[in-house]
Write a protein that binds this ligand. Structure first.
Ligand SMILES: Cc1ncc(C[n+]2csc(CCOP(=O)(O)OP(=O)(O)O)c2C)c(N)n1
Ligand SMILES: [Mg+2]
Length: 204
């Protein structure tokens, strides 16, 4: 994998885009990163050229670090494609839909496993996205099926202008709290009868 961009280069790119946006050169929405450059560089040390990267509307750093040339990326952002930048050549997919890429990431990881390939999927999501049912299902499925995927949750504490933790309660519940206080869980052997009916008379 070629050398990663530096922290300075990442910041300079977002500043260049911010400047274009302020000059009304971009008619579509852009979502800029700042303050996570060291985190991104650490994560990308583990990402290889052949790995897939899936991300949200906030995706410029991932594109740059996956190898999309700055010039091409800027052209696409200026053309209004910032929230849905996809580059098959660089194995990067993004979507402006909250949790939109998560099931796609699971599907790619499943395909990699089924074909015994050695590459991996890296799936980025924001803190609010990580609280959705889709995220819970995808993460649980991948862990239980041992799929070649790694999820990265990027916590800026916000969902647009809403404080994520306030939505869910300041001190988030642990699974233990939930099971003991809010949910009663019991197992039983229901094999005597089928899902519906008595198992003898066929009903149409
Ligand atoms: C299905 C869907 N619902 C709502 C939105 C509007 N929306 C865009 S970003 C966002 C908040 C997401 O917050 P988070 O996952 O923390 O990502 P961040 O923008 O903070 O990186 C919402 C609700 C959307 N794009 N898609
Ligand atoms: Mg957020």
């Amino acid at each position: 994998m070629k050398k990663l961009l530096t922290k300075k280069e990442l910041i300079a790119f977002e500043e260049e885009i911010a400047d274009c946006f302020n000059k009304a050169m971009i008619k579509a929405p852009v979502h800029l990163y700042n303050g996570n450059e060291n985190n991104m560089l650490s994560v990308f040390k583990h990402i290889n050229k052949n790995d897939w990267v899936l991300c949200s509307w906030r995706n410029h750093y991932q594109c740059l670090l996956k190898g999309v040339p700055k010039k091409q990326l800027k052209t696409d952002i200026l053309a209004g494609r910032s929230i849905s930048l996809c580059y098959k050549k660089y194995k990067i997919i993004s979507s402006g839909i909250v949790a939109g890429v998560l099931p796609i990431a699971v599907g790619i990881a499943l395909d990699i496993k089924n074909k015994n390939k050695s590459n991996k999927v890296f799936c980025f999501m924001g803190d609010m996205t990580s609280e959705t049912g889709v995220a819970h299902e995808c993460i649980k499925y991948c862990i239980n099926k041992k799929l070649p995927i790694h999820f990265i949750i990027e916590d800026n504490s916000k969902s647009v202008c809403t404080i994520t933790r306030e939505v869910w309660g300041l001190n988030k519940l642990t699974y233990e709290d939930i099971v003991n206080k809010y949910i009663t869980f019991y197992k039983y052997d229901g094999s005597k009868y089928p899902h519906a009916g008595s198992g003898k008379r066929i009903q149409f």
